[in-house]
Design a protein around this ligand. Structure first.
Ligand code: ZN
Length: 229
């Protein structure tokens, strides 16, 4: 919670009447989540509109009232995820960010918590065995594998990166055999790696899926490239 943006949001929220009454706070939350939904990683601009989602719902009497304006509880979310999460209580979901422990203290969810509960198998999310069962209920409640727009977009990203990697492998494989057209190939490699990296960046839709499926292969290709360039 140290970033200047978070500090600014805390100050603004303290003087705001409601969590969503300051447009700058909304903008900060969007930036903190790199423009992607905290739950499904889609870009709300493309799939649906952006909303602020309360991890601990703001229904009266369920959680402390101050959570409604706590930056740790406010997530950037697509409308679909926010609607599907609805008034379900927080213990059914994996928090992409902060949680409250049994003593009422906030803590940053370690990324291993999420990685041990949920993973990608190709373009589908699978729940891993955990005691909490949150991975399975997050997938089921948010319908992360059942929404046509979401699955179609993931398939599209997946197959684009797959094709890019094939093209990159080919171009790296032929490099040492035909050196006369090296400048054109060098340019092609730079473009291909640039595209692949753009799919892995934080502000790309489904970057987790790309890294989990292709991360190792991309690393290996980058090593080969560095050796021959
Ligand atoms: Zn979403």
């Amino acid at each position: 919670m140290k970033s200047p943006l978070v500090r600014e949001a805390i100050i603004r929220l303290a003087v705001s009447e409601k969590y969503d009454s300051d447009p700058r706070v909304r903008e900060i939350i969007r930036t903190l989540y790199h423009g992607c939904c905290a739950y499904c990683e889609c870009k709300p601009e493309a799939g649906s509109s952006f909303e602020i989602e309360h991890f601990y719902i703001k229904k009266k009497g369920v959680y402390p009232e101050e959570y409604a304006k706590d930056i740790r509880n406010l997530h950037y979310s697509c409308k679909a995820c926010n609607t599907k999460k609805s008034t379900n209580k927080a213990d059914l979901f994996l928090s992409p960010n902060y949680r409250v422990d049994a003593n009422g203290k906030w803590y940053d969810t370690p990324s291993s918590d999420i990685e041990n509960s949920i993973s990608y198998k190709d373009y589908l999310l699978v729940a891993l065995n955990t005691d909490s069962g949150r991975g399975a209920s997050t997938i089921a409640k948010l319908q992360l594998n059942d929404r046509p727009y979401l699955v179609e977009s993931r398939i599209r990203s997946y197959s684009q990166v797959y094709k890019l990697l094939q093209a990159t492998s080919e171009i790296l494989g032929t490099y040492t055999r035909t050196q006369e057209d090296a400048p054109a190939k060098k340019k092609a490699r730079i473009i291909l790696f640039g595209l692949i990296k753009s799919y892995m960046s934080d502000d790309a839709e489904f970057s987790t899926m790309i890294i989990q499926n292709f991360g190792v292969q991309i690393e290996q290709l980058l090593k080969v490239w560095k050796k021959i360039k």
